[in-house]
Design a protein around this ligand. Sequence first.
Ligand code: ADP
Length: 736
Amino acid sequence: MSVVTYAQVQDTIARHWGFTALRPMQQEAIQANLKGRNLLLVLPTGGGKSLCYQAPAACRSDQLTLVVSPLIALMKDQVDSLNANGVPAVYINSSLSMEEREENLFAMKQGRVRLAYVAPERLVMEEFISFLQTLPLASIAIDEAHCISHWGHDFRPEYRQLSFLAERFPQVPVHAFTATATEKVRADIVAQLKLADPCVMVGDFHRANLHYRVVPRESEWSQAKQFLEDHRGQAGIIYCMRRRDVDDLVSLINSWGFSARGYHAGMDQSLRKKAQDAFRQEECNLVVATVAFGMGIDRPDVRFVLHMAMPKSLEHYQQESGRAGRDGLEAECVLLHHRQDLVAWSKLMQKSAEESEGDSSWLPVALSHLNEMDRYCRVTICRHRQLVNHFGQQFSIANCRACDVCLGDAEPVPDSLLTAQKLLSAIARCEERFGATHLISVLRGERTENVIKHGHDQLSVFGLMADNTKDQLRDWYDQLASQGLLEKEEFTGAKGVGFILKLNAESWKVFRKERTAVQLWKQKRVEKLRKARTRNKLPALPVEEGLFTELQSLRRKLAGQNGVAPYVICHDTTLNALASHRPSTREGLFLIPGLGQAKINKFGNNMLRIIKQYSHIRGLSMDVGLIENAPTKVVSQSSRPTTHHESWKMFEQGHSVDLTASLLKRAPSTVMKYLEEYLLANPRPSPEPWMNQTDAHRIKEYAATLTDGRLKPIHEHFAGEFTFDQIRIALSWIPV
Ligand code: ADP
């Protein structure tokens, strides 16, 4: 068998996928693959796991990579995408006719394909195993590997049977991939698959492009309507707790003038498939669904995931909300929460435990997952931090700028230190022997049976915080715990698992005022489910919206002609880049992320024709800023320096527009344009030295009240206080 080098894989990725840089962990995973190691890679949804097995497979011209995948819909898309990229692949599943299946098996036998996708059910068939044993297998990739563990949230018994792989194919490395796995699930995957000396890699769970919010559910239908109106034209998934909620909401949404499809396990299989296909094909942008919808939905341009009620675990939430923004562009994840959700789920779980005749051992685990989810909704702790911590990772960013808590739906408690002292004092007075529920009763002055029994109504802290709600006090205890200012000790009591709150060395520092940097937060009341504030993160260059729309129709047309989903042709990120850079040649197309040789050969001329026509009619320049993005392989930056590129270097050194213009022998107006692009592409804390920060804020504030983006009204408003260039600088500056 031929030996494949990392350089060959890189070259293949550039040629077939059109990607010039790898995402975090991809390089390491590919290298482990090339070394023939067993592998478990945990990367969040959209992290780019597929490339880690597809690219090495594409290079192994004399071998086959087998991919185990749980869903038929997912297989078709993956195989369509590979073929569109010029990498021969097939799938074998029950959706194929006998002839198609035979044909695909024959292609595998003849060594004409690099990858073959199969469902786990087929892989365990003896006849199929014998067939595979005759083929030169390079590796076996297992997608959605968490399905193998009953500790995960998506256990599938047929995955369990995959443990035979290590015995039947001892020489073939196994590569397991999943987006969601706590430490317990990871260990289980390794054990079940019997991965010898595996390379286990866990990527960063922080999905910075997702904007998380939890909003109290008050008038759910009008909240949903408002939300959809704010997001008209965008693709989104709306999750409901029950099937009947799905049916009700679909009717309502359609009566509001949108077009939505429903999806739940109670629906006829063919209707479900229709809904899923319509969403994939972009014929419909909205799906209202229960948890049944999702795995295998790879549509990358989902701009929001709205939960009408909380899901039953953080793993579910991470997985479901993670379906937004796979393309790396900003997307919103909003959860409508009500305390009833916890009660409703508990009842459903209890009922299904009773119905499961005997084996209800899963119930305590499920209830503790549910409580974690409820806590996520209630506490005023950065949502990203909570999700990342849940998957066993540290979160070092003080303000994520992408969740309701960090963006100011929470306000700081003015006397945080004193509040913390009171909360901790209750723990001390109750001798560190009680959980939050009891401590809260004491602080609120409630004479419960337990409070009286222990004589805690006699304590000095009794009724000390009577003005605060139970939820508020519980939230603060959680905040203190997450800041390391108290400890939680797990115990199992009559009502299940609970926590006793205890003091630690840091708590005593707070008492003694040796530690005064304590900040507690209080949730502001958010009545309306309004649109999230964006983080001012714009694409590096302005996207020409009209061109984007035209390219989108072209994509739909090409998808129809080729019988594939539109995103198989290319993603929105690629369309954005085409609409902003407007390449005029095939070489230019090479510089656009997501376009490799095969796609350019097939679709390039159509794309160029539309870009040229559009730009010509409107007098727009083409090939804007393309050299800066050139991968070194195609156009070496150093061998073709441009004034544009040089000017950015000078801005980095803080040179003024005039100085830069005279050094580069360019008109100041040209250099001014470069500065605008530079500022748009490089968010920074201040617009200085080009403009005073306070003035820039004043300009931005006024500009935010206008709708048409013209500069003249701003100039007139400030009565000539600022030049047009100064206004341009202020508006191009993206504060961080
Ligand atoms: P996952 O399986 O981890 O959810 P995918 O493999 O589906 O993620 O990748 C998500 C998207 O990111 C895909 O559209 C893929 O083409 C794209 N992608 C993967 N790797 C890269 C890369 N290095 N550069 C740009 N885009 C990438």
